[in-house]
Design a protein around this ligand. Structure first.
Ligand code: SF4
Length: 119
């Protein structure tokens, strides 16, 4: 029967079409996911966050309670802490204590540690 030999055309085309739609869908999903995680990575730590409260984190080192944290000094700030992951003049950057969230340049928490070798 001859008509069997002429049939493979349309089904193949249909399979390719479906494959293209699926691939486009996966790309869109992947793009959406990476956009979301990027936004989350740059999210700022809120002083009211559980972890921030636990560590005595303040966005402004000058507002740290001196009675509660007697070892704190006004010269201590995230940007000169050994856990600061940014450059000295970055406004916000990552900190090992806060996972993917960012802490402020002039902030402070009780884990503050001098950068080794700094004066
Ligand atoms: S560990 Fe250092 S960089 Fe992180 S929040 Fe505390 S003072 Fe800032």
């Amino acid at each position: 029967m001859d008509h069997h030999t002429t049939e493979p055309g349309p089904p193949t085309t249909r399979r390719r079409f479906v494959a293209t739609i699926v691939a486009a869908g996966s790309l869109a999903a992947a793009g959406g996911t990476s956009t979301r995680s990027f936004a989350q990575a740059g999210a700022h730590v809120d002083e009211a966050d559980e972890q921030a409260v636990a560590l005595g984190y303040k966005n402004d080192t000058a507002k740290v309670d001196a009675k509660k944290y007697p070892k704190h000094a006004a010269t201590q700030r995230c940007s000169n802490c050994s856990f600061w992951q940014g450059k000295a003049d970055d406004a916000w950057a990552g900190c090992a204590m806060f996972g993917r969230k960012h802490v402020a340049n002039g902030a402070w928490c009780q884990v503050w540690a001098k950068v080794p070798g700094a004066s």
